[in-house]
Design a protein around this ligand. Structure first.
Ligand code: VG1
Ligand code: CO
Length: 545
């Protein structure tokens, strides 16, 4: 018999609701006594049929990953979970977790990651719950977990000596078996099924140099397996390929600001034909060509327009979806392909029902997230391989592909401005001001156009009819330009204000402007309306994409 301890807690969990994707807090917060345990207990109390089921537990290798996995195994044993599947060294990317949940028919998975937030003792930690379809838990479940966490008075734990995670093996504790598996293999096999890796490899070896930046986070072992071991490229094509618990001090967010070294190699030095990076937990991607940055919204459109190049999608796709702030570039492609295009709130969990019902096959977000029905998460390496496959089939450069795309469909100039970690009062003041002005703005002029729509976006899920409100303030102008304002749900310090700008140019117009120039009237008028630079005392946003 394994002994079950009931640990009583004095203070129930006093924390706010999990945000856009799970619970994300400072590493130090997660080190507080009982903090992680209570949240896990709340998760377990909210899952039906837990006893005897299979659960996947892994993380992105950040500080605290190992200890958290060990504690979760102890809680699993106390809850008589049938099987806990843990990757070797605790390393499992978010898309790989999603895939494992599906092939192992697990009840769900716990992903220990704060995704693209920095790690280490001074960084952040997080817990994401994915459910049996492999996707992030929907709001109905996260709300339940939150309520439960507020009233818990105790949690159950078995203080067994947990196995080391450095070797494969199966261990039994009471009614629970703990299986330590290779966290790379199943995912890498899946990629081999979707893509023609030989074709990509031949193309790259001819004269098309690749550099992949794993940002010292979880994708290193996956990229090395696929690019080096499977495709036979040189080791040096993977940079920052060894996962470190503080990501080597990097902020593992693949954008032009935080992946600046890679950006420099491609955009300034022009040393490679293709560059890509993924975030901490491997679900985001940034695509770069020689002298060319691919906006994630454009990437989604290009991926959708070229399904015929990729073996896994040769039979066509059912439909596509994008989050509301993502540019409408993909809408033009969907229209040409005569397939439906859905607009969802920010966060991957909103794609789950559409994918499960086969209403869509491909989806994406402006925040460097693209994916498909192969798993139920956005998938960084999948997107990288997808791009490489298109380029291999078309035998062209990134810049040629994107130029050709715009010539056919027109260009949706797009930019996101992030004001990170500003005081919450300021962020709320800016957001509140726009919210209170929506009615007044309608029918009035903004950036030289009439405001057609001014609202707070809400979404009615077409599958389960659930309603999600307050998903972002948006202005749509009479030329379909859009300005969107949101508060981030993933930051951990102060508040992060996100501004999104979009303006469409048809193929006859100038398609080679700098987006900041093309969008200037929208950017300036929003600042004039809301006084953002003055209130934040920031001349420029923290990150411009
Ligand atoms: C951000 C992005 C959103 C994404 C989320 C989780 O959320 O905008 O598109 O789904 O991060 O990404 P927010 O609320 O901060 O804008 V992942 O890579 O971090 O888990
Ligand atoms: Co992520």
């Amino acid at each position: 018999m394994t002994e079950v301890n009931i640990v009583n807690i004095d203070n129930p969990f006093q924390d706010q609701k999990p945000g856009t994707s799970g619970l994300r807090k400072s590493t130090l917060k997660f080190q507080e006594e009982h903090y992680l345990e209570i949240f896990i207990e709340a998760i377990f109390n909210s899952l039906k049929d837990l006893r005897g089921s299979t659960l996947i537990v892994g993380g992105d290798g950040r500080y605290g990953n190992f200890d958290a996995i060990k504690k979760i195994i102890q809680i699993c044993v106390a809850h008589k979970i049938g099987k806990v599947i843990v990757p070797k060294n605790g390393l499992l990317s978010t898309p790989a977790t999603s895939h494992l949940i599906r092939i192992k028919k697990a009840i769900g998975g716990i992903i220990l990651s704060a995704s693209h937030n920095p790690g280490g003792i001074e960084g952040d930690f997080g817990v994401k719950l994915n459910i049996s379809n492999g996707g992030p838990a929907p709001e109905s479940i996260t709300n339940q977990i939150f309520q439960c966490s507020q009233s818990l008075k105790s949690y159950k734990i078995s203080k067994i000596k947990t196995p080391e995670l450095d070797k494969l093996g199966i261990f039994t504790f009471g009614q629970t078996s703990v299986e330590i598996i290779d966290g790379v293999k199943d995912y890498s096999d899946l990629m081999e099924n979707i893509f023609d890796l030989d074709q990509i490899s031949d193309f790259l070896k001819k004269d098309f140099s690749l550099i992949f930046d794993a940002m010292n986070a979880v994708t290193g072992p996956y990229a090395t397996n696929i690019f080096v071991e499977k495709m036979g490229l040189a080791d040096s094509c993977v940079m920052n390929g060894v996962p470190l618990d503080d990501f080597g001090g990097l902020h593992p967010d693949p954008n032009l600001t935080y992946a600046s070294k890679l950006a420099d190699l491609l955009l300034i030095q022009k040393s490679y034909s293709f560059g890509a990076a993924c975030d901490g937990d491997g679900d985001r991607n940034m695509i770069l060509g020689k002298g060319c940055f691919v906006n994630p919204s454009d990437s989604l459109a290009v991926i959708t327009a070229n399904t015929n190049c990729v073996p896994g999608y040769k039979d066509g796709i059912a439909g596509v979806a994008r989050s509301m702030p993502t540019s409408s570039a993909v809408d033009f492609v969907a229209n040409a392909l005569n397939i439906p295009c859905f607009e969802t709130p920010t966060g991957w969990k909103f794609f789950g029902n559409l994918l499960d019902s086969n209403l869509i096959s491909i989806c994406g977000e402006e925040s460097f997230g693209t994916g498909s029905n192969h798993v139920r998460e956005k998938d960084g390496l999948w997107a990288v391989l997808y791009w490489l496959q298109i380029l291999a089939v078309k035998n062209c450069t990134v810049s040629e592909l994107i130029q050709k795309h715009w010539k056919q469909y027109g260009r949706n100039y797009y930019s996101r401005h992030d004001y990170e970690a500003i005081p919450s009062t300021i962020a709320n003041q800016i957001f509140g001001k726009l919210a209170s002005m929506l009615e007044h703005l309608k029918g009035n002029s903004f950036a030289g156009h009439l405001v057609k729509v001014a609202d707070n976006f809400s979404y009615l899920d077409p599958v389960d009819n659930s309603m999600s409100e307050n998903q972002g303030l948006r202005l749509v102008l009479d030329d379909n330009s859009r300005v969107i304002v949101r508060l981030s749900g993933t930051g951990t310090k102060g508040a992060t204000l996100r501004l999104y700008f979009e303006k469409f140019f048809n193929p006859q117009q100038n398609l080679s402007l700098n987006p900041q120039i093309a969008l200037k009237p929208l950017i300036n008028d929003l600042d004039a309306l809301l006084n953002i630079s003055k209130l934040t005392q920031m001349e420029n946003p923290t990150v411009i994409t």
